[in-house]
Design a protein around this ligand. Structure first.
Ligand code: GAL
Length: 690
């Protein structure tokens, strides 16, 4: 053996000895787990996820108990800074038996090293045996341990990294951090200002019932004064040529094609407008504002009036925003110790049973009139239970009377929120016969019943009241919401201004898509931009790119668009998000399709990526396509998979935020260059090239 070989052998031996001598086991559970972000609670050391401390139990996957490990809830992310100090990561992963039997649980575990996928479990469901995970992490600096919700939300997703440990090269502990965020970007404006010449915005169709008062204000931008005309208006309707408001009553069912026209010193514009007098309201998703995300329990009539004024003065009404909706807290409140609510502690109803508005809302009819006088529509809120979510008066056992009162006051929209109705279905309050309860029920009748009751009474009014169901998606509401008279249905819990919330709500709606159509909408909750804070005002914490993604997604999903922020504090950036007519047209499209995820891209140039491409058909034969980047790093694509988006031939690709044609790719051979910001979007419309 030569000298060099000998030295080589000795070196190898030294290296081996060193590694053997210093090999250590570092248990995941012993690291600082506090940066882990999960939907609720904290990750548990050596115990399964638990809502309350007394629910903590040993980690158990399909009957097998593990002494060590971390119990978490999807989606959860922990980043461990190994800095090359570990050799292997190993674990037994699976759903914890704590939720065994829940049909709703499904997760996927991922181990990602320096942006590269090292291991993934595949989708796992309850009752599946623990899967062994053994990963070589030599040289890895940042290791991400992620549990995804398998795209169906985080219901009962109790996920265990059991026996999770690192074999290290000497280091004893590692620094940890939570979900990475994209590098900060200053708010930037994409929406071009509307031209001085007239442009008629808003939907191409409007639904009304025979005999109901008709109110539609033609939304139009352009230099004032504008003069309006409407050719082909059916008998019973008239147009105010100065305000552009169409009012009146249609006596019989029918469909009418009208040509709207707006003229100013710079020119004129026309738009085809279809009036459908029938049974269905909200033929396009309602667009407006709701008081909850900004004011919550501090709402008052003055604040509602200010919102209505701002809807007009900011010009948003000219882009089709029309509802001004009071959420909870216009009614009186149950006795409470809370000082700020003492003025609301009064009887719920008068001696005739008529619901009382509270002192902050002295004149509900006057308030609705105030809103209508601005060409806008008025909405309010109640619950089928004895109280609302905020413990104010609900409509329980007064449904017919309340429907009548709401119509008499002149309201056009009712959000009806489940909340204390749980006490009814659980049999905790005396119920008249015929009201189905949960116990012993063979079907979902107990869940749909209260909405069916109110839906029926609303329909009986001589006024069109859009019925917005709020019960968080229970019992697959999208399957029966329309049958009980709903125009839209929330499919999730409340949104908040975190990317996680927008992501968890927005990207899990494919299940409801087959049921979305004109008059029947998936409601992904209110827009979470501008100054919000549920009574304690602050700017949204979503980044600029996240807000573009948020608005784009809500438009693609054809969700009702309800602005949640203080309308008197709209800054230029927020206005730009809300006043892009080409983007809003995707939401208001007459065909009424809900976009679904047409394609996912999980790897770009060897690195883990999370690009989701949503697509939907549009009434004019075009296709709206949104390229979302859910990852933190910008993604550059040379996009060619047009077939997956059902696009063929030569297409004109238009960037809707920038309102610019950007390319005319031949889908058979060209690539479309795309640069997607982290947590951001490109929203395009494709139309066959002429
Ligand atoms: C929640 C509802 C919110 C808001 C609130 C009022 O249940 O999801 O959007 O209406 O009640 O208390």
């Amino acid at each position: 053996m030569g000298l060099r070989a000998l030295i080589g052998l000795r070196l190898l031996a030294t290296a081996m000895t060193t590694s053997v001598v210093s090999a250590e086991t570092v248990w995941l559970a012993d690291l600082n787990l506090s940066p882990v972000v999960q939907p609720w609670g904290r990750p548990q050391k050596n115990s399964c996820a638990a809502r309350k401390p007394e629910d903590a139990a040993p980690l158990k996957i399909r009957g097998k108990v593990f002494a060590r490990g971390v119990g978490t809830v999807a989606e959860s992310i922990l980043v461990v800074s190994l800095e090359g100090g570990a050799k292997t990561f190993s674990a037994q992963v699976g759903l914890d038996d704590a939720k065994r039997g829940s049909a709703r649980s499904s997760v996927e575990f991922f181990v990602i090293g320096d942006g590269r996928m090292l291991w993934r479990s595949g989708v796992m469901r309850t009752g599946t045996e623990a899967k062994p995970c053994e990963v070589n992490v030599v040289g890895v600096r940042q290791l991400m341990l992620k549990v995804g919700d398998a795209e169906d939300g985080n219901n009962d997703d109790f996920a265990d990294w059991a026996d999770a440990r690192f074999e290290t090269t000497g280091a004893k502990t590692f620094r940890t951090s939570g979900e990475p965020v994209p590098a900060p970007v200053a708010p930037y404006i994409l929406t071009p200002p509307p031209p001085a010449s007239p442009r008629i915005n808003g939907p191409g169709v409007f639904g009304v019932r025979p005999g109901s008062p008709f109110l539609y204000a033609i939304p139009a931008t352009g230099e004032r004064p504008l003069a309006y005309q409407a050719k082909g208006l059916p008998t019973g309707l008239r147009l105010d040529p100065k305000t552009g408001r169409i009012s009146g009553v249609l006596s019989a069912k029918g469909e009418f094609i009208v040509t709207l026209r707006a003229t100013n010193a710079r020119g004129s514009a026309e738009k085809r407008f279809r009036i459908v007098c029938g049974d269905t309201l909200a033929l396009t998703p309602p667009m407006g504002w709701n008081s909850w995300n900004c004011f919550a329990q501090t709402v008052s009539a003055e604040k509602i009036k200010a919102a209505a004024d701002a809807m007009v003065s900011t010009g948003l009404a000219d882009h089709g925003w029309s509802y001004v909706n009071i959420d909870d807290y216009w009614q009186n409140h149950l006795p409470t110790d809370e000082k700020t609510l003492q003025d609301l502690v009064r009887p719920f109803r008068d001696e005739r049973g008529v619901i009382a508005s509270n002192v902050r809302f002295p004149d509900m009819k006057g308030l609705a009139d105030y809103i209508h006088a601005r060409g806008l529509k008025a909405g309010l809120y109640s619950s089928p239970g004895p109280t609302t979510c905020g413990k104010c008066a609900g409509s329980w056992l007064h449904e017919e009377q309340d429907a009548r009162t709401f119509a008499e006051w002149g309201f056009d929209f009712l959000k009806y929120d489940w909340c204390s109705y749980s006490s009814v279905v659980e049999g905790k309050v005396p119920t008249p016969s015929g009201v189905p309860v949960r116990k012993g029920s063979k079907d979902d009748a107990y869940a749909s019943h209260p909405f069916k009751v109110m839906g029926g009474y609303l329909r009986a009014q001589k006024r069109d009241i859009v019925f917005s169901l709020c019960q968080y998606g229970n019992n697959d509401v999208w399957k029966w919401g329309a049958a009980v008279g709903g125009s839209s249905w929330r499919t999730t819990g409340d949104v908040n201004d975190s990317w996680r919330s927008v992501r968890e709500i927005g990207f899990t709606q494919d299940k409801a898509a087959p049921y979305a159509k004109p008059g029947s909408w998936t409601d992904t909750d209110m827009l979470i931009l501008g100054w919000i804070g549920w009574g304690r005002m602050r700017p949204t914490s979503l980044s600029a790119d996240e807000q573009y993604a948020h608005v784009s997604l809500w438009c693609m999903l054809s969700s009702p668009l309800l602005i949640g922020c203080d309308m008197t504090k709209l800054d230029a950036f927020t206005l730009n998000l809300l006043a892009n007519d080409e983007v809003l047209a995707v939401n208001q499209d007459e065909l009424g399709r809900q976009a679904t995820c047409a394609l996912r891209i999980e790897e770009v140039e060897g690195k883990v990526a999370d690009v989701r491409i949503y697509a939907k058909d549009l009434a004019d034969g075009g296709r709206a396509v949104a390229f979302f980047n859910l990852g933190v790093e910008p993604v550059k694509l040379a996009f060619k998979e047009f077939g997956k988006l059902k696009l063929s031939g030569r297409q004109v690709a238009r960037d809707l935020w920038r309102q610019r044609d950007v390319a005319t790719p031949d889908t058979a051979k060209d690539a479309l260059p795309l640069l997607l910001p982290g947590h951001g979007v490109l929203l395009y419309k494709f139309a066959a090239a002429k």
